[in-house]
Ligand binder design. Structure first.
Ligand SMILES: Nc1nc2c(ncn2[C@@H]2O[C@H](COP(=O)(O)OP(=O)(O)OP(=O)(O)O)[C@@H](O)[C@H]2O)c(=O)[nH]1
Ligand SMILES: [Mg+2]
Length: 424
């Protein structure tokens, strides 16, 4: 599909098809002609007069056969026209924003939708595109602006002209709103993780079969497997779709005290991964059962899923527990328990990073602005004097407004529309 947007759109269509503009918003069969009158293709044309179009300008969409020669021919024929040039990446969306068709969060949602690789990313992006996040932020901004207006009224009018207690009421509203924003911020980075990938680290003692499990989950030989303990040193990452969620699985070096320098660094990285991961898969070696590795046991916390590998060796007693922590018996060799283990990961991911529920912020940009907003609100809560409170609230409103693009937009625009050129 080739889109033309702007005041020259109708003229371009007329020149290309040799006929008058078709009925608005109805697919019309057209012949597309080169400058010298040669037929390039037959296709469909759609005419969207301003302002009811994607960009808000006059828009023509041409549906053509997608081959290189056809598209090249149509673009060449279009390029002959006055005032036409190829669009920059993201330019249609930028124009839509500038004409008020989208707010910035919706534009970001659109970029994310284009780049979505899993169902949960698609859902999240679509919700943002449809304005859930923008609507929430706008409602906060409106509440702040209303509070500022009320406070300013107390400055401009005498006490007799206004109902009493306005200041108190506004302080109450500020506290309530701070609470709402802080709860929104304390979401465990749900939206950011859904957008960028949830991190799962595979940790455990050497030779437990961590790399083997990664390969089974990834269905390819992503990491080297060998009977020699201490095989994996660097972190090996694989990005996967797990039950519709984007998950980055990291295989790590086996945990043990070692004097060997390279392995020591590997173990340090493994520990760092375990600490920073959203979830860990703590793998124990069923080949030495009932002995369990103490270093790995120390990592069993509420984000850990414990598994004991090599169930095929027949040493495990069921149900399997590691230090009172329920564990899954699996075998990377035979495949036993693997589906249940992946199911447990899916479930853990779905509970923590549920893509339904309240809208989630998806970018550090949102977080930074909301934190700034909260700081201003905290100042407002303790500020002395109506003028100072009003100034803090105005600052808070400005911070939220930056997220949707109601203010200070220029520097943000470039960041967002660049998403269209370089993927995420
Ligand atoms: N019997 C049996 N052997 C397994 C199983 N999984 C892995 N192994 C073997 O165990 C050995 C170690 O496997 P790896 O996957 O390399 O173990 P690792 O935990 O990554 O080891 P390091 O990288 O050294 O920390 C290899 O010889 C594997 O073939 C299993 O389920 N059953
Ligand atoms: Mg390994």
């Amino acid at each position: 599909m080739i889109r033309v947007s702007g005041p020259q759109a109708a003229a371009a269509l007329a020149r290309l098809t040799g006929r008058a503009t078709p009925t608005a918003r109805k697919a019309t069969r057209v012949r597309l002609l080169a400058k010298d009158g040669e037929l390039i293709d037959e296709g469909l044309a759609l005419w969207f007069p301003a302002p009811a179009s994607f960009t808000g300008e006059d828009v023509v969409e041409l549906h053509v056969h997608g081959g290189k020669a056809v598209i090249g021919g149509v673009l060449e024929a279009l390029a002959c026209g006055e005032g036409l040039r190829p669009a920059e990446p993201g330019e249609f969306t930028r124009r839509a924003f500038e004409l008020g068709k989208l707010d910035l969060t919706a534009a970001e949602g659109l970029a994310d939708l284009v780049n979505a690789e899993t169902a949960s990313q698609r859902r999240l992006a679509l919700r943002q595109l449809r304005g859930e996040l923008g609507g929430l932020y706008d409602s906060w901004r409106n509440r702040l602006l209303r509070a500022v207006a009320h406070l300013e009224a107390t400055i401009d009018f005498s006490d007799e002209e206004l109902p009493g207690g306005i200041e108190e009421e506004i302080r109450g509203q500020v506290v309530a709103l701070s609470g709402e924003i802080e709860r929104h911020l304390a979401d465990g980075h749900r939206g950011e993780r859904l957008r960028d990938g949830i991190h799962l680290a595979i940790v455990g003692p050497p030779n437990a079969g961590k790399s083997s499990l990664l390969n089974v989950i990834a269905r390819r030989e992503a990491a080297i497997v060998s009977a020699q303990p201490g095989t994996t040193r660097d972190v090996v990452e694989v990005a996967l779709d797990v039950g519709g969620y984007p998950v980055v699985i990291a295989d790590t070096a086996g945990l043990r005290d070692t004097a060997e320098e390279v392995e020591k660094e590997g173990v340090r990285r493994a520990r760092m991964r375990a600490r920073d991961a959203d979830l860990t898969l703590a793998v124990f070696d069923g080949g030495v059962w009932p002995a369990v590795d103490g270093l790995t046991m120390a990592l069993l916390d509420d984000k850990a899923i414990a598994v004991v590998n090599k169930s095929d060796l027949g040493r495990l007693d069921r149900p399997v527990e590691v230090g009172g922590f329920p564990a899954k018996a699996v075998s990377a060799l035979t495949g036993e328990g693997i589906d249940a283990m992946i199911g447990a990961v899916e479930q853990a991911v779905a509970t923590r990073f549920d893509s339904q529920g309240t809208p989630a912020l998806t970018r550090i940009r949102h977080r930074t602005a909301l934190e700034e907003c909260c700081r201003s609100l905290r100042r407002a809560a303790t500020a002395e004097g109506v003028e100072l409170v009003a100034e803090d609230l105005r600052r808070a409103a400005r911070a939220v407004g930056r997220i949707t693009g109601r203010v200070d937009v220029e520097e943000i625009l470039d960041v967002i529309f660049r998403d269209f050129c370089i993927g995420k």
